[in-house]
Design a protein around this ligand. Structure first.
Ligand code: GN1
Ligand code: MG
Length: 367
């Protein structure tokens, strides 16, 4: 489902300089991403075809990104930072819009490419994880006073009640007849239904508040500088009003996994506790001043929650016939299901230790 680049698409955007090449970039599971290289000293750009079957309202999504990056820019300037490198900058179309819609109805958006950065697929040291935690903590802190409302462009995104509705419906339909093959995996989901819904109930009751959150905080969505500091949080498609636990939990799911999200060798997959600790300390150092008790008390659980949700989403997409995530083989979503389930089991085995680490980090910051 890779996109065909419309001829001369670069001419639709307010790009400086002359374009040399446009080539595919990255490993995103949803959008198609390209790198636009220009001649000489002109800036380079990122171009994306936004997946409109998942993002049903791309104009509102781009509007959200515009609001959030505008707010971040003001905060970064006030802190004495570099707004050209520390926040994403959307490159508008030549007629001043935030996206371009081609003759097939596909949506395209561009932003400035930030030079001289490093990205990771997994955190290779507790220090790097701590910087990543600080980066997301600061991102949430800078957006904490944002007044403009964000459009809910992905209703129910990390909402377990919604996920179970989708799940029940998919199992009922069993559209490609795969359900019978995955009875064991279905049980992995069913046996945890109540405890996972219980966390979302705290969001529904307001005990866990809603804030501006990123919702896709895997490590590859963070640009680090050469010194290992977080420079910029990217991939703002999923910026929404939701709970901060999504961001913390999803980061742990990716930073602290010793293996790959789709590792075929399950022995590789387990939670690295030193990385968990590093991320937790970094994250809390930026957020302890505004998190409430329920948020702090549920941090460790949120890592299990988001990893469980990912098991559910991959398995549900497998049963549904692979309509959501890009797949490289027929059983890719099942491989992902198994790898994420192994990670979940490892978190369950380490849960007591995870709670202790959070508590110690809180205590030492409060001292
Ligand atoms: C998707 O496209 P990408 O890789 O940024 C997904 C996330 C999943 C992630 C799993 C909108 O993100 O929720 O956690 O894959 N994004 C959406 O790698 O569904
Ligand atoms: Mg994403």
């Amino acid at each position: 489902m890779s996109a065909i680049l419309p001829a001369n698409i670069e001419q639709q955007f307010a790009i400086e300089g002359t374009v040399k090449t446009i080539r595919p970039l990255g490993e995103g599971l949803i959008n198609d991403t390209f790198f636009i290289e220009t001649e000489g000293d002109s800036p380079n750009y990122i171009l994306q075809r936004k997946n409109k079957s998942i993002f049903k309202d791309v104009p509102s999504m781009m509007d959200n990104i515009h609001k959030v990056t505008g707010h971040l820019k003001k905060k970064i300037v006030a802190r004495g930072g570099d707004p050209m490198r520390e926040a994403l900058i959307v490159t508008p179309t030549t007629d001043g819009k935030l996206y371009y819609q081609d003759s097939h109805g596909e949506y395209w958006a561009a932003c400035l490419f930030i030079e001289d950065t490093i990205t990771y697929q997994t955190a290779d040291s507790p220090q790097l994880a701590a910087q990543g935690g600080k980066g997301i903590g600061l991102f949430q802190a800078m957006l904490a006073d944002m007044k403009e409302p964000l459009a809910d462009i992905l209703p129910g995104f990390h909402n377990m009640r919604f996920r179970f509705e989708q799940w029940d419906d998919t199992l009922r339909r069993d559209p490609v007849g795969r359900k019978a093959k995955v009875q064991k995996e279905i049980e992995w989901i069913e046996s945890r239904r109540a405890e996972m819904l219980a966390l979302w109930e705290k969001a529904e009751s307001g005990e866990i508040p809603t804030r501006v959150t990123h919702n896709d905080t895997k490590i590859s969505n963070i640009l680090f500088d050469q010194q290992g500091n977080v420079l910029c949080v990217i991939d703002l498609d999923t910026v929404l009003s939701s709970i901060v636990l999504n961001d913390y939990g999803d980061a742990i799911r990716s930073y602290a996994n010793a293996g790959l999200e789709d590792d075929e060798n399950l022995d590789n997959v387990y939670i690295k506790m030193d990385i968990f600790e590093g991320y937790t300390k970094g994250y809390l150092s930026e957020t302890i001043s505004f998190l409430n008790a329920a948020e702090i008390d549920n941090l460790a659980f949120s890592a299990k929650y988001i990893t469980f949700e990912q098991v559910l989403r991959f398995l549900m997409d497998y049963i549904d016939g692979d309509n959501y995530y890009k797949v490289k083989s027929e059983d890719h979503n099942l491989v992902r299901t198994h790898a994420q389930y192994k990670l979940l089991q490892s978190m369950e085995a380490s849960y007591g230790e995870m709670c202790r680490i959070v508590k110690d980090a809180v205590d030492s910051l409060k001292r």
